[in-house]
Design a protein around this ligand. Structure first.
Ligand code: PMV
Length: 308
């Protein structure tokens, strides 16, 4: 098999509904975040080399991922590779930086080997890479990023594409520091083990809210979607993954007229998301900046972004 050079890019992601509960097999809705992306170029080389603007710990992890990916993409097992990473997905902030790297790396290696892998083949390898970073991830991140389109996700099942019925105006804001996904997931697990009956109730309520959110999303009904997001933030707080800074931003967004707001991703730091009324995105973004959110990202999810 002749190996060439190849480049591909993968977006970030944001979880609209269902994070943490997805670990327990409950449904979740995830959206690609096209405002940021990670680009990976691979080229056969004499030794493995990695060019990436990362700190030492992240570089060491990325090198391990390159080894794992080489072992899984036909043609690369015995061929060292030069990997160059360029990107704008903030690392460790719940926007899917590790999955974006895993997907772009896998896709580039497969393209360079002349393989025409679809999203499911790319996702499978990227998921194996994610497992080595996160322990036991649900697969939400690698799925939405490999498909590059909004998905209704359930652990262990093929993702269902989900189309927005109208444009949705979203604002993302960070508290400025990262939470640990590993710690947050472990903390929820401790609660689930300590109070199983209560936790079953939480999962049932989360499942209902995500189903309602999916319905509102498909209908393009922002007025109905907002309260679902608020209810999910309440449930995420109940399982211990919010923090005062996230709560402050969520309150600020609601105070500025957002229809709903919640933390996104693992929590205990990182980003929150607000759903604005059509045309009101800038006011919500301004309130989030004034409350210390940084960075603040605005996005309009167009219905056309919803086909794979
Ligand atoms: O690590 P993050 O912030 O992208 O969030 C991961 C989503 C969780 O539901 C918390 C964990 C998972 O594996 O689904």
């Amino acid at each position: 098999m002749t190996l060439h050079s190849a480049t591909s890019a993968a977006p970030g992601k944001v979880i609209l509904a269902g994070e943490h509960f997805a670990v327990y097999g409950r449904p979740a809705i995830a959206l690609p975040l096209l405002a940021v992306s990670t680009q990976v170029t691979v080229q056969p080389a004499a030794n493995d080399q990695l060019d990436a603007a990362l700190g030492e710990g992240d570089l060491a992890r990325a090198r391990t991922l390159v080894q794992l990916a080489r072992a899984r993409v036909p043609g690369w097992a015995d061929q060292p590779v030069h990997v160059r990473v360029d990107g704008s997905v903030p690392v460790g902030m719940g926007l899917g930086s590790s999955a974006a790297f895993a997907v772009a790396l896998t896709r580039s290696l497969s393209l360079a080997a002349g393989l025409r892998w679809g999203p499911e083949a790319v996702r499978e390898v990227a998921h194996a890479l994610e497992r080595s970073v996160h322990g036991d991830p649900s697969g939400l991140d690698d799925t939405v990023i490999a498909y590059g389109a909004p998905v209704l996700f359930r652990r262990g099942a093929l993702p269902e594409p989900i189309a927005a019925g109208a444009p949705f105006e979203l604002v993302l804001a960070s508290v400025g520091y990262a939470g640990s996904t590993y710690e947050a997931v472990a903390g929820v697990r401790r609660l689930a083990d300590a109070r199983p009956a209560w936790f079953e109730g939480v999962l049932a309520e989360a499942t209902d809210q995500v189903a309602g959110a999916a319905d509102a999303f498909r209908r393009g009904d922002a007025q109905a979607l907002g309260p679902r997001l608020n209810a999910l933030h309440h449930l995420l707080s109940a399982v211990g993954v919010s923090c005062p800074d996230l709560d402050r931003l969520v309150d600020a967004a609601r105070g500025a007229g957002a229809l709903g707001a919640k933390l996104v991703g693992a929590g205990c730091g990182g980003f929150m998301l607000a759903l604005a009324e059509p045309g009101r995105r800038a006011a919500v973004a301004q309130a989030l900046r004034e409350s210390g959110g940084s960075p603040v990202l605005e996005m309009v999810l167009e219905p056309r972004e919803t086909s794979a």
